[in-house]
Design a protein around this ligand. Sequence first.
Ligand code: SF4
Length: 354
Amino acid sequence: MTTLTKEAGAPAPAGSGPLLSVRDLHVSFKTEDGVVRAVDGLSFDLERGRTLGIVGESGSGKSVTNLTILGLHNPMFTTVEGEILLDGRELTTARESELEKLRGNKVAMIFQDPLTALSPYYTVGRQIAEPYMKHNGASKKAAWERAVEMLGKVGIPNPRERAKDYPHQFSGGMRQRAMIAMALVCDPDLLIADEPTTALDVTVQAQILDLLKDLQQEFGSGIIFITHDLGVIADMADDIMVMYAGGAVERGTVDEVLRSPRHPYTWGLLNSMPRLDSDLGAQLSPIPGTPPSLLTPPPGCRFHPRCTFQDRVEGTGRCVRERPLMAPDRASACHLTEDQKRTIFMEEIKPRLG
Ligand code: SF4
């Protein structure tokens, strides 16, 4: 059941604060084996017109966070605590009917696989027109015209004719473009893109990323871009949040996090990333071990079973005993001192990255 932690109040005036503000979010699921704490104390803001890249391995909580923002979790098995404020409106206490109004209108999502979002039974044009009719009260004809216009905007050639096609008549790249058209048809304030280019080949991937950047300029939406690929983040995002085992471990602008990362997990991600300019025979260095089970997460710092830097932290066993907290601004959740983080990165990590 969804736990309500705050009374739904009157929304703050639009534009007076961040577009999205997530505060101390906890999301857990009941399973046969026990309670899975998928998100455990997550806080972040997204400003209008900016792109936040969320990066992390599978099971880090990035997709659960975004499904919770959209209210797409199953309330029978999920407990949600904390605050999600969209333009000042509290979403964790919103009724399903309110969330339904927001989805596709103020908030839209682009999924990895367009076939999960597009129905095989209806034409592409109809599927783009429908949310426009629903949220704008437009006539069938006006909504169809808008669908054709959107297909043109996302680069589908001959959009008036192609709007009459079914999804199976589109290539993978065109389906992804159609899904972007569907997501943007109502001009949403917040767009959540969950690994939107993973299933596409590299050339189409680059085209879709360029398209998203252009459309963001035009529509001014805030974007949350979820990926496991730091290269894509570097290209797409203004800010980065690195997630591990249900929480944020590092946050900052793209420049800050990629040029001077402050968390051992981010160092590990960078070390394990293939680089175009490295020798062909160069070995990647994967992070040792595997992400922890969220049924029985490790005590203290959740990264400690995989971290090779914990013996540098002052106070024996502190990483195992005490969970490091994240400061509100540019920050990393790690007990190493800021001086240690800087020195270790410059002297031990950076030379390996080249
Ligand atoms: Fe490693 Fe300790 Fe920092 Fe966690 S708190 S990342 S275990 S050094």
